[in-house]
Design a protein around this ligand. Sequence first.
Ligand SMILES: Nc1ncnc2c1ncn2[C@@H]1O[C@H](COP(=O)(O)OP(=O)(O)OP(=O)(O)O)[C@@H](O)[C@H]1O
Ligand SMILES: [Mg+2]
Length: 324
Amino acid sequence: MPEAMISFDAASKTYPDGTVAVHPLTMEVHEGEVCVLVGPSGCGKTTTMRMVNRLQEPTTGAVYVNGKDVMTVGLRELRLEIGYVIQQVGLFPHLNVRKNVATVPNLLGWDKRRIDDRVEEMLDLVGLPSAEFGDRYPHQLSGGQRQRVGVARGLAADPPVLLMDEPFGAVDPIARDHLQEQFLALQARVKKTVIIVTHDINEAVRLGDRIAVMRTGGFLEQHAPPAEVLGAPASDFVAEFTGFDRTLKRLAVTPVESGELEPAGPEAADLDLIPAHGSLRDALAVLLDSRQGKVAVGAPGETPEGVLTMEGVHRAIRAASGSA
Ligand SMILES: Nc1ncnc2c1ncn2[C@@H]1O[C@H](COP(=O)(O)OP(=O)(O)OP(=O)(O)O)[C@@H](O)[C@H]1O
Ligand SMILES: [Mg+2]
């Protein structure tokens, strides 16, 4: 069993004016896992996230980080363990990019050399080389670049836990796609325990190992891997929130399995080739373009594992529904 790095134990939040932002919530996020909180505006996502680093204190119940009740840990110790990328980026406007990224290492009292190296490394990681961007101030950056600096700052002290509140919200679809891709590549390397907030179901499906769908009032409707949420929505709310086209969305998170393939005959050599274990979505895109109505599956230069047809895609989707 993977370890729970963050756990909510019937944690609720009622604001002083009586607003119930989060209904008692019980949920675990495993070490190295990306959990995406998704739901409509005002449903309690930010409040849930802020209970983890104690920017909000739970009204009832408890939140544990790495086995410790956040209410019993020193605030400074807690926050230094948790990187935080906030909803409106929140860079310090009077500090340049380098100094923004160095914020937490400075607080931790790292020596100057180590901080400089780390800042350099983080800016490279998010694709903003310090020679070009390090001396700029936040107002001299585009919205997407500011968000990337926010991510670099959140990661700078190498915290085991990272909280990201709509980290890619302020950018156009192409930049967003690129940032999501960079995030996934980065996460594959650094393997943090991450909570990401978004109200975009497509982003949730793409980034999350598991996604937590919330409804107004801070009710957790479903907490499961993306393919399961899309394939077997737990309630009418989840079905509506994920959209009538949820089966299409699910193609992106369902791999091509050898069980759905037909044997490759001699004709397979002339078909378009798609990689084994790629997504059904990518497979379908090639399939729709193919003149023969089928594609070969395998590695270039090797005997194909088999041939995928429309019927195979159907079978795969039905099989995934049955198992979800
Ligand atoms: N300080 C506060 N005092 C009173 N109510 C608050 C406070 N902060 C948030 N709320 C309310 O709590 C509920 C949940 O807010 P929260 O910010 O957690 O939502 P959210 O899901 O992050 O929304 P969004 O997607 O718009 O950012 C909302 O009804 C909001 O109005
Ligand atoms: Mg919010």
